[in-house]
Design a protein around this ligand. Sequence first.
Ligand code: GDP
Ligand code: GDP
Length: 437
Amino acid sequence: MANPVVAIVGRPNVGKSTLFNRIAGERISIVEDTPGVTRDRIYAHAEWLGKNFNLIDTGGIEISDQPLLTQIRQQAEVAIDEADVIVLVVDIQNGVTDADEQVAKILYRSDKPIVLAVNKVDNPERRSDIYDFYSLGLGEPYPVSGVHGVGVGDLLDAVINHFPETADNEDDGTIHFSLIGRPNVGKSSLVNAILGENRVIVSNVAGTTRDAINTRFTAKDGREFTMIDTAGIRKKGKIYENTERYSLMRSMRAIDDSDVVLVVLNAEEGIRELDKHIAGYAHEAGCGIIIVVNKWDTIKNKDHRTMTDFTTLIRNEFQYLSYAPIIFVSAKTKQRLNQLPTMIEDVYDHSRRRIQSAVLNDVLMDALVANPTPTQNGRRLRVYYGTQVAIQPPTFVIFVNDPDLMHFSYQRYLENQIRRAFDFTGTPIRIIKRKRQ
Ligand code: GDP
Ligand code: GDP
């Protein structure tokens, strides 16, 4: 479940984001139409030769008001802290610069494997110039051209060679969940409050995610949970610790390891842009989601409309999360925290629900009768049958005469009918339309 992390570092303009997009490109274009997900991304899932990994472009983590060299140094530190493998990108057009040497020195002192990419080698004649880069002391330089995609395969071969053996804590029978959200919404306070309310079995179980504290506890009904706490570890004194981009990255790590994520909002401050980005990533990852509005105690003079109004606001701002239940809590007064374990458990169960094909097809056929399929240029969409092919998230293949005839609105209608028939609260569901052979 926990994928290795590869970080791209290097001074500005060497081509980090070009390489990032080249490596993650296909995946990005698949998920980019999810509303609320940033285009300006620094974190993406990628794959090479069947190995999945997460890619970070550290160049996107801007630490404002810092001189350039400090920024680059900070970015290298993020890479050392977060990544399993670091790709240092340099640029053949400029040769070895002071900044390259400084970054190389920082990286060299860490014990992380480093792969050196010499970018902008657009034509083969320049390949002989790459030997200058041996002077950085990071071993063999790999010539690449991010723009043309040349050499990227060899680079990735070298990268995946350094992947650690993955530890697997997936199948311990417990429900893994985490709390994600921007700085100060109250994640750490909630972590402590939840643990205070339940019986902790083991704390500090080694997590698959570096720097996560995993704590296993039993809820009142006996069900076991593992809480993944990436927020709890503060990189005290590090400048980047409270930057928004960094909190996004930590959230991504937690999402990767979780069956269910609690997207924490701050009632006091309302909804911010970053909340939407974080929630968008969770939605796209396919895990179960609960929206937790924390600091509910700070809202004074509540009346019968307060909660409804806040709910409406959330539904408007997070339209793609219409399936996620919302709970209003306070880490401070412990209000409603006792309801969380049951909610997490329900969402988890829904995300693993399997629907028998016969039952599913009854629902689909009723849906077709109630709302006949659309036509386009005189051709009518025909829906033949559907079948569930996966869980977490529940994924359905629907066989049709021509996938292009099934537009988003009809697909959403079918999804809604499936949701009306079966309780999938808290879990995204995926529909894959396929032409019947
Ligand atoms: P970053 O600041 O390190 O993220 O660099 P960018 O990816 O934004 O690229 C900086 C500039 O270098 C852009 O104008 C890119 O088009 C250009 N560039 C990136 N990769 C290559 C390459 O392989 N060959 C050439 N000729 N230009 C490149
Ligand atoms: P994190 O950065 O998301 O982990 O947030 P923290 O847990 O560190 O909380 C940030 C601040 O909000 C701290 O000062 C907490 O005491 C405060 N806080 C957290 N939860 C609540 C709550 O439910 N009510 C109130 N009034 N304050 C809270």
